[in-house]
Design a binder for this molecule. Structure first.
Ligand SMILES: [Zn+2]
Ligand SMILES: [Zn+2]
Length: 259
C-alpha cells in the first residue's frame, strides 16, 4: 500500500441528531476534510474538540458555513473562535452565512467579546440565489441554494474536483424545488427528517423519499431525525422506499464518508 493520497477528501459527521440532542447523537453538523482547506458545515457543540477527535489539524480549517441561525446549527461558533485563539491560530477564519445568520453571529461573538481577539474573521454573505457558487479551490467547489424554513436557510452542495463526487446537506427545510435542484444527481444526500407528520418547515420520511427520487441521488443519509423515526428504522425506510429506490441509511456521530 502506498501513502495516503493527499488529495483524498472525506466528510465526517460530527453530530447526527435533531435540535434536541441525545446521549448518543449531538446536533447535526459536518466536517469536510480536504488538503485544500477543511470546512465546517454548521457549528454545534464542542467544535474544536471534535476537529481533534476527527484527526484534523485545526490550522487547516479554512472556514465555517452556517446554514441558518437556529441554536443547534450555530451556537458552537463562539467556542470555536475562542479555542482557535487559545490554540494560537492567527490565520483568518472565513465565515459564510446569509444576512440573517450573520446578524445573530455578530451578536453571539460580541457577547463574548470575541470580535476583538486576534483570530481575524472574514465574513462572506450567502445570497438568496439558487446554486450560488460560494467558494472554489483546485480540489472542490461549494454551492448554496435557499430552502424553506422558519428563518432564512441555505442548503449546501459540495462537489469534489478530485473524484467528481457530490454531497449535499439539505439543512432544515420542508420539501422544495430549490433543494431538489441543488441535490440533483448527488452521490450523497445528507437529509433532515425531523417530523412524523406534515410540517411547514421540516420533512417527513415520505417527503424525503419523494424528493430523493426526484433528485435521483445515489444514496440518502438520514440526519437530524425525529427520535421516533430512529427507533423504528424499518418503518421509516419503508416510507422513504415508497418513492425512492436507492440506498438509505441513518448516520451516526463520527461516521466518515469518502468523497
Ligand atoms: Zn435544526
Ligand atoms: Zn432549524
Amino acid at each position: 500500500m502506498g501513502m495516503e493520497d493527499p488529495r483524498r477528501q472525506r466528510i465526517v459527521v460530527l453530530g447526527s441528531g435533531p435540535a434536541l440532542a441525545s446521549a448518543t447523537r449531538d446536533n447535526t453538523f459536518f466536517l469536510i476534510d480536504s488538503s485544500a482547506g477543511s470546512l465546517l458545515i454548521d457549528c454545534a457543540g464542542s467544535p474544536f474538540h471534535k476537529l481533534l477527535r476527527a484527526g484534523v489539524d485545526p490550522e487547516r480549517l479554512k472556514g465555517v458555513i452556517l446554514t441558518h441561525a437556529h441554536p443547534d446549527h450555530a451556537y458552537g461558533l463562539p467556542s470555536l473562535v475562542h479555542e482557535l485563539w487559545l490554540f494560537g491560530r492567527r490565520e483568518a477564519l472565513h465565515i459564510y452565512a446569509n444576512g440573517h445568520t450573520h446578524g445573530v453571529v455578530r451578536t453571539l461573538l460580541d457577547a463574548f467579546e470575541l470580535r476583538e481577539k486576534p483570530v481575524p474573521l472574514e465574513l462572506h454573505f450567502i445570497p438568496s440565489e439558487e446554486t450560488f457558487l460560494l467558494l472554489e479551490t483546485d480540489l472542490y467547489a461549494v454551492y448554496t441554494s435557499p430552502v424553506r424554513h422558519q428563518v432564512p436557510t441555505n442548503a449546501v452542495r459540495f462537489a469534489s474536483r478530485v473524484s467528481g463526487k457530490v454531497a449535499v446537506w439539505s439543512s432544515d427545510t420542508s420539501p422544495c424545488r430549490e433543494l431538489v435542484s441543488l441535490a440533483r444527481g448527488a452521490e450523497l444526500l445528507f437529509q433532515e427528517c425531523s417530523v412524523e407528520e406534515l410540517h411547514p418547515f421540516h420533512c417527513t420520511p415520505e417527503q424525503v423519499g419523494e424528493l430523493a427520487g426526484e433528485a435521483q441521488v445515489g444514496e440518502v443519509i438520514l440526519v437530524h431525525c425525529h427520535p421516533n423515526l430512529v427507533k423504528e428504522p424499518y418503518l421509516t425506510i419503508a416510507e422513504i422506499r415508497k418513492q425512492y429506490h436507492g440506498r438509505v441509511q441513518f448516520a451516526q456521530d463520527f461516521d466518515i464518508y469518502e468523497l
